[in-house]
Write a protein that binds this ligand. Structure first.
Ligand code: FAD
Ligand code: MLT
Ligand code: ZN
Length: 460
């Protein structure tokens, strides 16, 4: 390996290459914290040419590459635990161009999501993909996972916002895909193939991002709800009566953890379920509509209580109760499930899953939350302090197997937005057929003939 790294230094004398143990550990893991990081080096290219050079070198020396953004991923996609070279895009983090006519921002892939949002805002526009990791995750990582977040019900996933991509494939070719076109019916849309590929086909180096008009003025409301069926009733009623920007739910268990982590108790009493709702508030009529819907909810029983933010600071406080869940659970190294179903199938799935888990694994605390408007449930299983990690993981795999069985019955997906990575690899078949996976493997062979791009992620 030392000789191969020397060859890389000779081929690319300006390339920043890190090999200190602390750097290997830092860049070799993602938010899952489950695998022991063991990359052989970290490459920090500063240009597309350097990325191409690294890929050619990796092909020649048969060395696996792990593309790396902010390493906030929750599926082990950016983990390097087998002597790979991590290729971190963090130095390729600039805004390259803005076009006001096209309403398009061209960026390097290592730029953090929040800087993209700010750059859009500075132009009087909006890049609407948004979620709590905005300050640390990168656009390249968002593209590679087709990230979702809290505004998908209004604006869609990352996939909707990518007008062009520059990708260095596993063969070392530079592809400029779609080039910002709105319409393009000239054959296969290879851009969409790269989105969600979790770095297994190539390295995204630049992206053309669509921007849109800024959001309307909004209001934030927190609802207390008696049960999950009521969450769906609330969602249907508010979606029909308001212009929703977000509708997110969480349980009393999630709230307990956020409160223990510094959140502010929203109501005098505890309630089983909560929903944070953000809706357009352009005139008094919107407020009247929201209040009238809430009163209908109290009368028909789907709402138990509610609070409407009186200021931006209070709106941020209400959002924190939802957005703080991941951080507040981090100390339990939760096992995360991230499932997608048709919205109409959510109640049956949740009730069956709750019952099965409670019957078979009563010792586990399970935290439910997620993006109801997208049919996306997050099911976090927390490790009891006295249970060894290996036993915990074994039992969590069994829980996920139960969930995978239910998903197959309800026509759902084992990953809604986090990706398959390493965590969900054993459950890909079930959500996708063997024939589909074989097609994916065939595509990988074309774009990555030596299997150097993030091997072992998504499928073997
Ligand atoms: P990384 O973790 O670095 O990598 C993720 C995958 O992308 C890996 O497979 C990696 O190899 C690949 N990759 C990275 N960069 C590139 C590149 N340039 N080219 C090719 N492949 C690349 N996700 C959601 O979808 N919705 C949420 O609401 C959400 N909320 C979150 C909240 C918190 C607090 C945290 C910690 C995470 C959350 N996530 C969420 C998960 C995570 O932030 C997203 O998956 C994000 O898109 C990952 O971006 P990243 O730059 O950190 O990617
Ligand atoms: C969220 O919706 O908060 C994210 O997907 C993160 C998580 O699932 O923990
Ligand atoms: Zn989520």
């Amino acid at each position: 390996m030392d000789a191969a790294l020397d060859a890389l230094r000779d081929a690319l004398p300006d390339l920043r290459l890190l090999t200190d143990a602390s750097e290997l550990e830092h860049y070799g893991r993602d938010w899952t914290r489950r695998w022991t990081p063991a990359p052989c080096a970290i490459a920090l290219p500063a240009s597309v040419d350097e990325v191409v050079g690294i890929v050619h070198w990796a092909r020649e020396h048969q060395i696996a590459l792990v593309p790396s953004g902010g390493r906030t991923g929750l599926s082990g996609g950016a983990v390097a635990a087998n002597g790979e070279v991590v290729i971190s895009l963090e130095r390729m983090n600039k805004v390259l161009a803005f076009d006001p006519v096209d309403r398009m921002l061209t960026v390097q892939a290592g730029i953090p999501l929040q800087l993209v949002q700010e750059a859009a805002c500075a132009q009087g526009l909006q890049y609407p993909v948004d979620f709590a990791a905005r300050g640390s995750c990168s656009i390249g990582g968002n593209i590679a996972t087709n990230a979702g977040g809290i505004r998908v019900l209004r604006y869609g996933n990352t996939r909707e916002w990518i007008a062009g991509l520059t990708v260095v494939t596993g063969a070392g070719e530079v592809l400029h895909l779609n080039k910002g076109l709105v319409k393009n019916s000239s054959g296969y849309d290879l851009r969409q193939l790269i989105i969600g590929a979790e770095g297994t086909l190539g390295i995204v180096v630049e992206a053309m991002l669509k921007l849109t008009a800024p959001p309307p003025p909004t209001q934030v409301m927190l609802l207390a709800l008696p049960d999950f069926d009521a969450v769906l009733s609330a969602f249907s009623a508010l979606r029909d009566g308001l212009r929703l920007e977000a509708f997110e739910f969480f349980t009393d268990v999630a709230l307990k953890h956020v409160l223990a982590h510094g959140g502010q108790q929203p109501f005098d009493e505890d309630h089983p379920f909560y929903a944070v709702v953000e809706y357009a508030h352009e005139s008094e009529a919107d407020e009247v509509a929201a209040l009238s819907l809430f009163e209908q909810g109290l009368e028909s029983g789907w709402a138990l209580d509610g609070v409407i933010a009186g200021s931006d600071a209070q709106a941020a406080q209400l959002w924190r109760l939802r957005e703080g869940i991941t951080e507040s659970l981090a100390r339990y190294t939760p096992y995360k499930n991230d499932v997608a179903l048709r919205i109409s199938a959510l109640p049956a799935f949740l009730h069956e899953a709750e019952r099965l888990i409670a019957e078979e694994y009563p010792q586990f605390e399970v935290v439910w939350f997620g993006h109801i408007g997208d049919g996306n449930l997050h099911i976090n299983v927390l490790k009891p302090d006295d249970l060894p990690q290996a036993d915990f993981l074994r039992d969590c795999e069994r829980v996920t197997k139960l969930l995978a069985g239910l998903l197959a019955r309800h026509g759902g997906s084992i990953s809604a937005e986090h990706g398959i990575g390493l965590v969900k690899k054993p459950y890909l078949i079930g959500t996708r057929t063997a024939e589909e996976v074989a097609v994916m493997q065939g595509i990988k062979r074309v774009l990555d003939p030596d299997d150097i791009m993030n091997p072992g992620k998504i499928f073997d």
